[in-house]
Design a binder for this molecule. Sequence first.
Ligand code: RB5
Length: 150
Amino acid sequence: MKIAIANDHTAVDMKNELVKYLTDKGYEVINFGTDTYESFDYAISGEKAANAVAGGEADRGIAICGTGIGIGLACNKVNGIRACMCSEPYSAKYTRLHNDANMVTFGARVIGIEMAKMIVDIFLETEFEGGRHQRRVDQIMDIERRNSGK
Ligand code: RB5
């Protein structure tokens, strides 16, 4: 599985630890984040990773900023992206089971690296449940279709 990863300057250390963690597990990680502590605007990195996921270059995405909020907002502006902020494993599990999220976001200033690893593991290992949830995801994506270009 190929993973696109995005981050701003607040999340360089967390990104680096996750890249190593995921690479050791056999995932291919494509790094769209900054690698320095110099101030870096999260939307730039988030859009690149989101485009990789939406375009099929990556299967899933991980986006990290200070809170996980700004970068998630940016990712969700790319058509086809369902980026969900998860600060604990329960949400990470259900955003896959019920929302078919293709990107997960969290805050490097909010959670620690061990929690981030648990979230990422569950996010990458859980399959979408389909069924009635497919209808609901279709409704979300239909909102995007109806409003794109405005
Ligand atoms: C950067 O200071 C911070 O605003 C950013 O990392 C993020 O938390 C925005 O949502």
